[in-house]
Structure formats: structure tokens, C-alpha cells
Design a protein around this ligand. Structure first.
Ligand code: PTJ
Length: 259
């Protein structure tokens, strides 16, 4: 047994997790979710969501597969072409990639909007504060003065000048009917979800089947590289991307699990 296998379950700080540990990303993710729950950012159900994601990531080989890389580049192109892109933030996203979401929003000139299934004023405030601590300035979703039609739970609550009027919405880590309702509103959705069979990636124009920890920095990197590219170049990247093939490739990788 190596020292690596004995990393304690309760590390105080993520810096204590050895970067060369074979399951480094999984341990880091677990630690961030636990810390999120302790800070009142992440709902307890977020731990179940994380466990599910972690199992899919294990089968994917815990790496960005080529079809996900293509989706991440297409996502960057679509965000750069958007008139009003919004990045939706729930309790898992805030715990896992707060600074990375702030960076992506800056790279593509998008709004950040908190949108929760288990919505309470305390969690909304804790998440908004956490995003501000990571460099976010204007955080939407706090007043939530508009409603997504035909959705009867709290995820329907959105800002009228945020998700409600957005043309492109990034929807990470939620298997749910909001993605279908947003599609019915005519929005273009970019979904990040490790389960290709989940409802959200199934309706997305751009499904990214990758761990959000890898996906968001990758999209940002592509966006920075594509900054200033012509609309025709960005459209060509989108045309080249085949969403059905990407979903199939992810499912095939998970099912065949060449581990
Ligand atoms: O913060 P709230 O109140 O809005 O609640 C958020 C949760 C996450 C609890 C809620 O959205 C939920 O229950 O989600 P689900 O239905 O469990 O769906 C989460 C999806 O995200 C699953 O398909 C997981 O496979 C996927 N997932 C989990 N962790 C990751 C992930 N995908 C990418 N990267 C991850 N790290």
C-alpha cells in the first residue's frame, strides 16, 4: 500500500491532497463538495449528484475524450457568437468551479446567474458571496423577478434581464426538466454533464460530457484563443460539431470502458 491510498477522508485544505495521487481529481472534487456543504453553498443532495458524476467519470477514464474536446471548442464559439449568454450556477457548480466560472464569464462577456432547485435565501446569498470572493462582480438570480413558463418548481425563478432574456444558457450539472423548458423558450443550451443519457444533454445544442472541473477551463481556453475570430470562422466550428455523434461517442466510451 502506498501513502497515496491513505489520504485521509477529512483533509482540512485541498492543498493537502497530493497532486500525483492517481485519483487526484476525484479527491479534489469530493473535498470541494464537502466544503461546499459545510459553507451552506451546496445542498446535501449535491453529494449524491457528485457520486453519480464520479462513477461516470471513472468509466470515461477521468479524462476529456476527443468528442468532449470538440464540444468544448464549439461551446466557446457559440458563446462568442451569442448576444446575451448566461452561465447558470447551482450549489455544486459554485463549490467546484467558482473562479473558473467567473473567468469564463469574463472571456465571453456572459452573465453569472444563481439558479437553484433547493432554493433558499440563505443559499442564494452564500453562493453569490462565494462567487464575489472569487472575483465575480454582478451576480444575477437573487431577486428572480421572472418565471420560466411551464415549470412548477423553484428552478423556474430567474432574472428578467438574465436567463429569461438570454439567447444562450450554459446549464451545468442538472438532470431536469428546466433544460426542456428552456428549449421550449427557444434558448440555445450548452450542457455540461458526465451522464450522456441525462435529459439535459439530450436536449442541448452542445452537450459537453466531461467533468466540469476540466470542461470549464477548457472552454475558457478555447474562447481566449478564438477571441477576435470572424463570425464565419466561429460558425464553421459550430457546423463541424455533431452533437449526436458526440453523445454517442461518450456513451460508447462509458459502455466499453477500456480501463
Ligand atoms: O444546488 P441545487 O439546489 O440547485 O441542487 C443541485 C443538484 C446537483 C443537487 C441537482 O441539480 C441534482 O440533483 O442534480 P442531479 O439530478 O443529480 O443531476 C446532476 C448531474 O450532474 C448528473 O447527471 C451527474 O452525472 C452530473 N454531474 C455530477 N457531478 C459532475 C457532473 N457532471 C459534470 N461534472 C461533475 N463534476
Amino acid at each position: 500500500m502506498t501513502d497515496h491510498e491513505t489520504v485521509p477522508a477529512e483533509v482540512e485544505d485541498e492543498e493537502e491532497i497530493p497532486e500525483d495521487h492517481p485519483r487526484y481529481q476525484d479527491l479534489l472534487t469530493r473535498h470541494r463538495i464537502e466544503a461546499g456543504v459545510e459553507k451552506g453553498i451546496t445542498h446535501l443532495q449535491g453529494m449524491h449528484a457528485e457520486g453519480r458524476g464520479s462513477a461516470f467519470d471513472y468509466l470515461l477514464g477521468e479524462e476529456t475524450i476527443p468528442s468532449a474536446e470538440a464540444a468544448e471548442r464549439a461551446a466557446a464559439a457559440r458563446l462568442l457568437l451569442a448576444d446575451h449568454p448566461v452561465l447558470s450556477i447551482n450549489g455544486n457548480v459554485a463549490a467546484l468551479v467558482p473562479g473558473e466560472m467567473v473567468d469564463l464569464a469574463a472571456a465571453v462577456d456572459a452573465d453569472l446567474e444563481v439558479n437553484l432547485f433547493n432554493r433558499t435565501p440563505e443559499r442564494i446569498d452564500a453562493i453569490a458571496e462565494h462567487l464575489r470572493d472569487h472575483g465575480g462582480t454582478e451576480i444575477k438570480g437573487i431577486d428572480a423577478d421572472a418565471r420560466i413558463p411551464n415549470l412548477d418548481h423553484k428552478r423556474a425563478k430567474v432574472d428578467s434581464d438574465g436567463i429569461f432574456e438570454a439567447d444562450v444558457v450554459v446549464v451545468p450539472l442538472e438532470d431536469g426538466d428546466r433544460a426542456e423548458a428552456l428549449e421550449a423558450m427557444g434558448k440555445t443550451e450548452i450542457v455540461i454533464d458526465l451522464n450522456p443519457l441525462s435529459r439535459s444533454p439530450q436536449v442541448a445544442e452542445i452537450p459537453i460530457v466531461d467533468n466540469i472541473i476540466r470542461a470549464v477551463p477548457n472552454v475558457t481556453e478555447h474562447a481566449r484563443e478564438l477571441e477576435g475570430a470572424s463570425d464565419s470562422k466561429l460558425r464553421a466550428i459550430l457546423e463541424e460539431f455533431d452533437r449526436d455523434a458526440a453523445l454517442e461517442a461518450a456513451e460508447e466510451r462509458i459502455r466499453s470502458g477500456s480501463l
